[in-house]
Design a protein around this ligand. Sequence first.
Ligand SMILES: C/C(=C\CNc1ncnc2c1ncn2[C@@H]1O[C@H](COP(=O)(O)O)[C@@H](O)[C@H]1O)CO
Length: 200
Amino acid sequence: MVFQAMVELYEGDRVLNGIGSGVWVCGSARTKPGTKNYELGVEVGAALAAAGFAVFTGGGPGAMEAANKGAKQNGGVSVGVGIVLPNEQQFNLELTIKFLCKYFFIRKVLLTKHTEALVVLPGGNGSMDELYEVLTLVQTKTIPPRPIVLVGRKYWKRVDAFSRKTMLPNGMISLGDPDLVKVVNTVGEVMDLMPKHAAS
Ligand SMILES: C/C(=C\CNc1ncnc2c1ncn2[C@@H]1O[C@H](COP(=O)(O)O)[C@@H](O)[C@H]1O)CO
């Protein structure tokens, strides 16, 4: 397993190197086309592509497909770092670059290494895992600071409140930590928080 994981990391890194500035968009694999959240994902992907960012996702269905679709439709680079899952579609049809992983942890390393911001659309456990993976790395200064943006105030407000009203007063996180995550409502607000150098 150790050798296989090393090969996967090496191969993935080779495929993803040189893509340029990238943003990782995650969100529910269950988000259905035609829903408000799917349209939000398409708009986020399109706006990121218009600003010169490659849009990286887990390459699967739902919010991942939506963000990839927006990027591809807008002539952008649409990257899927997929995962082998039992009985699940491995790649959506909106990708211009793809790499398939066997190991979740390698996939998270690759997505983190090759992007410079994380945008989280409404999602479940997988999205929470990815949010807290990146947040913990930033909080512990293991990686440089990067924008971490939760899209959808109504959906995410309790996550934000848990950090501010439970973790902080109980001394589980430090004073500035809740502000490492921004909660927004619109695509414009997402873009305002992105790094400014993508197109240059
Ligand atoms: C459950 C369904 C599909 C599962 N297929 C997935 N394919 C690729 N990536 C996935 C999948 N499920 C979860 N992920 C990863 O977690 C995030 C979404 O998890 P959530 O629990 O749905 O929020 C996502 O960003 C992926 O990286 C239905 O067809």
